[in-house]
Design a protein around this ligand. Structure first.
Ligand SMILES: [Fe+2]
Length: 407
């Protein structure tokens, strides 16, 4: 994030003598990206280095390794996440559905919280979490953020955090990337502000509320995801939320989907006008995240609001349907559905969606969905994604056309 934030007590000059507790030298840590050259935050631990492990590391009692299935015929997917049970905590409940060399898409449907002394760190991927359902608090070393339906959480690789639910269950869509996830760089001016033409405003990010440092000794277990979904349990001798202050550009933040301020035009608006986030350079690697939220359809008297069939040959496309109202695929998908259209196949609306959509000209639609389009990265369906697939999805367009022909 380009917005530099300062919270708590921290010396103005980096790497200088500082005491948050009288006579106890505070210890600086840099949470940095792209070597020593990318966005970073410096934070001050009140007493202990973050390296102080009191037990030898152990494999965790769970793993997030993804398994794919070989030799499946090429096909589009509709993954019925509605059928995935609510269970366990937000880490153990993670179910990877689609995986590539740089990107993983999972859902998590927890109904429990981690124990008080347990925490999580994704040591190998940056995370974008979309809250489909549930309320609670994202607790991090940088502070706390209240979570609610419709909120995106951007959590940089290496952040220590946990999600404490106050609702009885929750539903999260999780997109992981090897690259930082930010607002699209083409929205930002050279001073880090979103331009006046962008659909987002950087001042609408939700920054963690600072919490006073916890200067506590004990046994604190940190589950670290690394090396392709392995999880190691590291035991720290002190509470990891022991920061007197922090300052920098790498920190978790929230952004509500309602704050994506849609841009419409006279004729159909292509997905890049709905882009909210980007990972990678936006051309040769990473992905684009688009928010399909309510916005005005084209007002040209002949506009067709439904999208055209398209073959985006360099992008695998994932759509998460936060609601079931989506003209192009209404009746096929439901709230919570994930569709996956590999780049090797075209995809399109079905049946009479194009004709029906003409009634929506110049009206505000009521769709709600999240799209992830990779750039030059093939995704594979995991064993879990395959298990929860609609087995006849590839026939859904043909069936709709037949139904229409026989009306
Ligand atoms: Fe598409």
């Amino acid at each position: 994030m380009a917005v530099i934030v300062k919270k708590g007590n921290i010396p103005a000059t980096p790497h200088t003598e500082f005491y948050a507790i009288p006579n106890v030298l505070a210890l600086e840590e840099i949470h940095g990206s792209i070597g020593f050259n990318g966005p970073y935050t410096r934070k001050l631990h009140v007493r202990s280095y973050p390296t102080e492990q009191s037990k030898l590391p152990q494999a965790a009692d769970f793993s997030l390794i993804t398994k794919t299935i070989a030799d499946i015929p090429l096909q589009p997917y509709h993954i019925l996440t509605q059928k995935i049970p609510f269970e366990k905590d937000f880490v153990r409940s993670r179910k990877p559905l689609l995986v590539g060399s740089k990107t993983v898409l999972s859902v998590s449907k927890p109904k429990l919280n981690l124990k008080e002394n347990e925490f999580f760190r994704n040591g190998e991927r940056h995370e974008l979490i979309y809250v489909q359902d549930g309320i609670g608090v994202l607790k991090t070393e940088y502070g706390e953020l209240e979570i609610r339906k419709g909120l995106y959480l951007v959590i940089p690789k290496g952040t220590i955090y946990k999600i404490d639910l106050t609702s009885s269950e929750a539903f999260f869509l999780i997109v992981e990337s090897q690259f930082p996830i930010t607002f699209p760089p083409h929205y930002m001016n050279k001073d880090g502000q979103a331009t006046l033409m962008a659909p987002i405003v950087e001042t609408e990010i939700e920054i963690p509320k600072f919490v006073e440092p916890l200067d506590k000794q004990g046994e604190y277990v940190l589950y670290i995801k690394h090396n392709g979904g392995n999880v190691t349990a590291v035991t720290l001798s002190h509470h990891p939320f022991d920061i007197s202050g922090w300052e920098g550009a790498l920190y978790p933040f929230g952004f509500h989907i309602d704050n994506h301020h849609g841009i419409s035009r006279e004729i159909h608006t292509a997905p890049p006008m709905r882009q909210t986030f980007q990972s990678g350079d936006g051309n040769s690697c990473g992905f684009s995240v688009c928010s399909f939220k309510a916005q005005m359809e084209g007002w040209n008297p002949k506009d067709i609001p439904a999208p055209y069939a398209h073959s985006n040959v360099d992008s695998d496309e994932i759509l998460f349907f936060a609601s079931s109202t989506y003209t192009a695929r209404e009746g096929v998908i439901g709230a919570g559905s994930v569709t996956f259209h590999p780049a090797s196949l075209p995809h399109s609306p079905h049946g009479d969606a194009a004709a029906k959509s003409m009634k929506e000209r110049a009206k505000v639609n009521n769709m709600l969905g999240i799209m992830v389009d990779t750039f030059f990265e093939d995704l594979l369906v995991t064993d879990i994604g395959y298990e929860y697939r609609d087995k006849e999805y590839a026939l859904s367009w043909y069936k709709a056309a037949n139904l229409l022909a026989n009306k």
